[in-house]
Design a protein around this ligand. Structure first.
Ligand SMILES: NC(=O)C1=CN([C@@H]2O[C@H](COP(=O)(O)OP(=O)(O)OC[C@H]3O[C@@H](n4cnc5c(N)ncnc54)[C@H](O)[C@@H]3O)[C@@H](O)[C@H]2O)C=CC1
Ligand SMILES: O=C(CO)COP(=O)(O)O
Length: 336
């Protein structure tokens, strides 16, 4: 008889909880770690996460704790699902507690401010685990839809394909179809930059612009993501897949996307402060647009949409002015 796999999920927000549910539906025993005892108690007593996934019944093999050592104990997979900019500090505290040889799995779609590191790089830097034991899950996976068990595909990326296959098996359910990929750089960039493009599309939507604008931003957004990926050694085909186009389309079309909604509020004329005040959950692109631009500059890559988003979000450029600037750039060939 095969042993039941154990997974620890650090982060009881919407995606940590929903992915915990996927792992549990696939047969793993799952322990969520969160900071607040009331939420852990609610998960254990009511089998729901009332703060982040209200109304969703969690499988019985999902439990929660505030004790990081208890969560980490003997975990085959240690899943990290906290806001990207908090990962380094959190993981430093959890590292001594991690099970030896656990596979570290990042669900996060951000780039660290200052270091411009992708999340798997932060994981490697903090834990000193080899890259072959660090995996990424990414793709068009809006947490609420996954929690409703609506069908979706995803990507499980790891430099070591056999590790990716193990994780693929551990999270494969009738409604969640993971594909493996060994291009970790491309998969992570796809996830992080789509949040920035999602902000741009949201801003355009908020300004009342239509589907031609949206189609243009999505396509040119993908072009600048691919340019950055190529400069960083990613496989350009990754961006035509679930981690690139797939996630971009989901994020840029959905009112469930926090980045898209954040952009829409800005496009409607709300200030950054007002928008932050009405945003309860993590919209990674708001901070990561700066670190993505930092990466682009380090690699000498032109990312005009990302630059425009940074201008609107962090430099107070009015959306209409930023849009005019974007449209008045010099004409060029589509592929360059
Ligand atoms: N929600 C979604 O549909 C998806 C989210 N993601 C990514 O997953 C990551 C996590 O996002 P969500 O779960 O959606 O965010 P969320 O905002 O729903 O939850 C974040 C969780 O992290 C906790 N947290 C905040 N600051 C913390 C800190 N300093 N230390 C420890 N815990 C802290 C919060 O209490 C909360 O439990 C993000 O990088 C996001 O881009 C990826 C795919 C889908
Ligand atoms: O990454 C996501 C869907 O794949 C979730 O997008 P938001 O973080 O914008 O909600």
């Amino acid at each position: 008889m095969t042993r039941t796999l154990k997974a620890a999920v650090f982060g009881t927000g919407s995606w940590g909880t929903a992915f915990g549910m996927v792992l549990a539906d696939a047969g793993c025993d799952v322990t969520l770690w969160g900071r607040r005892a009331e939420l852990a108690d609610a998960v254990n007593s009511t089998h729901t996460n009332p703060d982040y996934l209200p109304g969703v019944e969690l499988p019985r093999n999902v439990r929660a704790t505030t004790d990081a050592a208890e969560a980490a104990d003997a975990a085959d997979f240690t899943v990290l699902a906290v806001p990207s900019q908090t990962l380094r500090a959190g993981l430093a505290a959890w590292t001594p507690l991690l099970a030896p040889d656990t596979v570290l799995v990042s669900l996060m779609k951000g780039v660290e401010l200052g270091s411009a590191m992708r999340m798997s790089e932060v994981v490697e830097d903090v834990t000193k685990a080899p890259a072959e034991r660090i995996a990424v899950v990414t793709g068009p996976n809006l947490a609420r839809e996954i929690a409703a068990r609506q069908p979706a595909a995803s990507v499980v990326a790891c430099r070591d394909e056999s590790v990716a296959v193990r994780l693929q098996t551990a999270c494969h359910t009738p409604y969640f179809r993971p594909y493996t990929n060994t291009d970790v750089v491309g998969c992570e960039l796809g996830g992080a930059v789509k949040n920035v493009i999602g902000l741009a599309v949201g801003i355009a939507d908020g300004m009342g612009l239509g589907d031609n604008t949206k189609g243009s931003l999505i396509t040119r957004g993908l072009a600048e993501t691919t340019r950055l990926g190529l400069a960083m050694g990613a496989d350009p085909l990754t961006f035509a897949g679930l981690a690139g186009l797939g996630d971009l389309v989901a994020t840029c079309s959905s009112p469930l996307s926090r980045n898209h909604t954040f952009g829409t509020n800005l496009g409607k004329g709300m200030t950054l402060e007002e928008t932050i005040a009405v945003t309860r959950q993590t919209a990674e692109g708001v901070k990561s647009c700066e670190s993505v631009l930092d990466l682009a500059r380090r690699h000498g890559v032109d990312m005009p949409i990302t630059e425009t988003v940074v201008g609107i979000v962090h430099e107070g450029t009015p959306p209409l002015v930023a849009l005019k600037e974007l449209m008045s750039r010099s004409a060029k060939p589509e592929r360059r």
